[in-house]
Design a protein around this ligand. Structure first.
Ligand code: RP5
Length: 169
């Protein structure tokens, strides 16, 4: 299967969080490549990967980085593919630094920023973007929402049952 999502992270230390994105994509049968490329330490590698991303068949880029997180922004400056930024929490500022660096893009170069350590949502958003032109993926997303809704119904019943027991003594 051709890889459709390119997952980049600034360091191997980001892998545990970013692996959540890979797991979600695998669940939806979306092929991906996950690798390390740092906007600061290996700018040439980032340029090389992003420069050929569209020609390589990718539809979406997910970029996760912590601290002064410029990876997603640098990727977005090098491609017109949609870029989803994941601010990571592994710093003294617990990700607020990465969140602000990732989300505050200047007009003209958008990055769709998810929450701190939001790798799973980044992958879901990537699937939703790909599903615009893929009815089978759209159907899988609907199924996933239905499962989620069912789980909430079950939780509601359980909480209500416990609260009735408490009231009843
Ligand atoms: C960022 O700096 C990386 O994305 C990582 O979150 C952070 C620290 O990197 P290491 O020093 O752990 O390699 O560029």
């Amino acid at each position: 299967m051709r890889e459709r999502v390119l997952i980049l992270m600034g360091s191997e230390s980001d892998e545990t969080v970013m692996a959540e994105a890979a797991k979600l994509l695998a669940k939806f049968g979306v092929a991906y490549r996950m690798t390390v490329a740092s906007a600061h330490r290996t700018p040439d590698r980032v340029e090389e990967l992003i420069g050929s991303a569209r020609a390589d068949g990718y539809g979406v880029i997910i970029a996760g980085a912590g601290m002064a997180a410029h990876l997603a922004g640098v990727c977005a400056g090098r491609t017109t593919l949609p870029v989803i930024g994941v601010p990571l929490s592994g710093s003294k500022l617990v990700g607020v630094d990465a969140l602000l660096a990732t989300v505050q893009m200047p007009p003209g170069i958008p990055v769709a920023t998810v929450g701190i350590d939001g790798a799973k949502n980044a992958a879901l958003l990537a699937v939703q973007i790909l599903a615009v032109g893929d009815p089978e993926l759209a159907r899988l997303l609907d199924d996933d929402r239905a499962v989620m809704a069912k789980r909430v119904e079950e939780m509601a019943q359980q909480v209500e049952a416990r609260s009735e027991r408490t009231l009843g003594g």
